[in-house]
Design a protein around this ligand. Structure first.
Ligand SMILES: [Cu+2]
Length: 145
């Protein structure tokens, strides 16, 4: 037997198991980050499919490149488009949600470093059951959307 701390080994096995299980349970399509000039908030768009047999509840996200990340939805109210904070987004088994202009989006505020078109930014999606899904977003210009 190798002199490895058993608890450490066990933690590693659990971590490997949980991260591969999550990757198999959710599919992320075309993750992209729309950059606006200056320190205006960036918007995160992607498709998210729940391929597991459980209901998944998205409750937030965070990124090392931004101080704050929120789940938003653009809604039209009396002819005016407004953004609302979405505290919980339920995705039933087999369903998918499209984060796209004019609907659901991630709002990423207060950059912690300068960003340019083409940069890769990690955004970690957070689920109600404590699961975390890191996703690599590509920064794009608003004109490309
Ligand atoms: Cu927003």
């Amino acid at each position: 037997m190798l002199p490895i701390d058993k608890r450490l080994l066990w933690a590693l096995v659990l971590w490997l198991f949980s991260s591969t299980a999550l990757a198999a349970d959710l599919e992320v399509e075309n993750p992209r980050l729309r950059l606006l000039p200056g320190d205006l908030p960036a918007a995160g768009y992607y498709g998210l499919r729940n391929t597991s047999d459980e209901t998944m509840v998205l409750v937030g996200a965070q990124s090392p490149a931004f101080a704050r990340v929120m789940l938003h939805r653009s809604v039209e109210d009396d002819g005016q488009v407004q953004m609302r904070h979405v505290p919980r987004l339920v995705i039933e088994s087999g369903d998918s949600v499209d984060f796209a202009p004019g609907g659901y989006h991630l709002m990423l505020m207060e950059r912690s470093r300068p960003l340019a078109v083409g940069d890769e930014v990690t955004v970690t999606l957070e689920f109600e059951d404590g699961r975390r899904l890191p996703v690599a977003f590509r920064a794009v210009s608003p004109a490309s959307l």
